[in-house]
Ligand binder design. Structure first.
Ligand SMILES: [Zn+2]
Length: 168
């Protein structure tokens, strides 16, 4: 999926977190949404030409050099490792450094998960069971930047607006 579809998926995940946590403070909501959208875009760090790779080229060069696109970084294990690291950082000092950091992280993690879910709709799929199996799973056969992806993007945007429009 392209970065627009992933951003919308991340935003949807962020709104779900806001609703589930019952966060009413606008600045805290913004921190969750920002984290969710960036989390959803972060997973494509293993693709040199992705939106996030242009923002943090050094990390993207390292990630895309070490791992192939839609490989290890596109797995629940990677998301779990990043989540644990962020959780430990938050628990130890991050929450004291910035009051919005805990909210950002609570958006970032579901944002990353939304990326895996959306990429599962692509024909290439992702390795949901890695490292047990390298088999790639996909639910649909959508090609990136195709008309079908555009349809997913529009449906996602409409759902987001329809269900949570009042929120924005
Ligand atoms: Zn991806």
């Amino acid at each position: 999926m392209n970065y627009i579809t992933h951003s919308l998926g991340g935003a949807a995940a962020g709104v779900m977190v806001i609703n589930a946590m019952g966060v009413n403070e606008p600045t805290q909501q913004s921190a969750i949404l920002t984290g969710a959208v960036l989390g959803s875009l972060f997973i494509d760090i293993d693709h040199k030409k992705s939106w996030i790779a242009h923002k943090i080229p050094l990390l993207a060069n390292a990630a895309s050099g070490l791992f192939k696109h839609r490989g290890v970084i596109h797995t629940p294990v990677f998301v779990a490792i990043v989540s644990i690291i962020l959780g430990v950082l938050d628990w130890s000092w991050l929450h004291e450094w910035n009051v919005f950091a805990p909210y950002f992280i609570r958006g970032f993690i579901p944002g990353m998960m939304s990326h895996l879910v959306l990429d599962t709709l692509n024909v290439q799929g992702i390795m949901w069971l890695w490292p047990i199996s390298n088999k790639r799973f996909h639910l649909l056969r959508i090609r990136t930047n195709s008309m079908m992806e555009m349809a997913v993007c529009v449906v996602l945007g409409a759902c987001l607006y329809g269900k949570y429009g009042s929120f924005f």
